[in-house]
Design a protein around this ligand. Structure first.
Ligand code: PPS
Length: 300
């Protein structure tokens, strides 16, 4: 795994603070000067998401589309080294995301970010980079985020589910309000044509169709056989078993609490929300989303 030993590292849980109007933790702001001044290249592909919306899934699809024939990469390099997380700065664990990106030996570079659109380094826009944004319905996204915060010691303490949900509705999560994130990126799509806005629910409904959409957006001509093979290889169970995509090599995640590849479903929120929580959530949702046209499916 490229001389990086993540098996014995421990982190202490960080506190949230306001950063340029967005709730953040220091792991994503400590390297801010380098992030802000990051030099994108015209062929870079930025994978942007709110946390837990399907980042790893779409990252792996793109990685296979571009580099699926590189056997060594596929068997020995975990996804977080193939697709650097731009703003991440965990000096005890990994080189900074900016450094990993700068040192990527392959092109195009696939780069992951969870930044809200207004905080994305300006060179990505100047270089007219292709951007793939993935959004997931708020209810499943919140549930996935709750379980992630429970098991990831690099995230703030989530408290119990009710406490977490209240904070989610207030936008007191790392990377700020879900509502602003998905609607901010949706707004960007109206003026920036190199942005593909995808939905997690569509990917679950028909992964093959979404692989096709990605290929046509990126101008890729992978054969039908290749696309079919990729579609099979990126199914939830395959990725859960795959050590290169399941984050099992990162010790700050405690899989005994909850695995990274947890359920991979649309509608799992029904097992977590009470009727009262659902009602309250719907009311808040209506209010927060009243100025955007982006629409989500909470079941398929
Ligand atoms: S992160 O930490 O922000 O990068 O997490 P992210 O990868 O965005 O989201 C993790 C959730 O995506 C689910 N996932 C998948 N679902 C269906 N099929 C595939 N192949 C797949 N890969 C990842 C993962 O299980 C997390 O969702 P939940 O609901 O918690 O299971």
């Amino acid at each position: 795994m490229e001389n990086i030993d993540l098996s014995s590292m421990k982190l202490s849980r960080p506190e949230l603070f306001d950063f340029e109007g967005v709730s953040m933790i220091h792991y994503f702001t400590d390297n801010w000067e380098k992030v802000k001044n990051f030099q994108a290249r015209p062929d870079d592909i930025l994978i942007a998401t709110y946390p837990k919306a399907g980042t790893t899934w779409v990252s792996y699809i793109l990685d296979l589309l571009y580099f699926g024939n590189d056997a060594e990469r596929q068997t020995s390099k975990p996804i977080y080294l193939r697709v650097p997380f731009l703003e991440s700065y965990f000096p005890e664990l990994l080189p900074p995301g900016t450094e990993l990106a700068d040192n990527l030996p392959t092109s195009p570079r696939l780069i992951k970010t969870h930044l809200p659109v207004q905080l994305v380094p300006k060179s990505f826009w100047e270089q007219n980079c292709k951007v793939v944004y993935v959004a997931r319905n708020a209810k499943d996204n919140a549930v996935s985020y709750f379980h992630f915060d429970r098991m990831n010691m690099g995230q703030p303490e989530p408290g119990d589910w009710n406490n977490f949900l209240q904070k989610f509705m207030e936008g007191k999560n790392v990377f700020g309000p879900w509502y602003d994130h998905v609607s901010g990126w949706w707004g960007k799509k109206q003026t920036y044509s190199n942005l593909l806005y995808m939905f997690y629910e569509d990917m679950v409904e028909d992964t093959g169709r979404e692989v096709e959409r990605l290929c046509s957006f990126l101008g890729l001509s992978n054969s039908v056989e290749e696309r079919e093979k990729i579609t099979k290889g990126v199914q939830f169970n395959a990725m859960k078993q795959n050590q290169m995509t399941n984050y099992s090599t990162i010790s700050v995640m405690d899989f005994k609490i909850s695995p990274f590849m947890r359920k991979g479903k649309v509608g799992d929120w029904k097992n977590q929300f009470t009727v009262a929580q659902n009602q309250q959530f719907d009311e808040v949702y209506k209010q927060k989303m009243k100025n955007t046209t982006v629409k989500f499916r909470t079941t398929i």
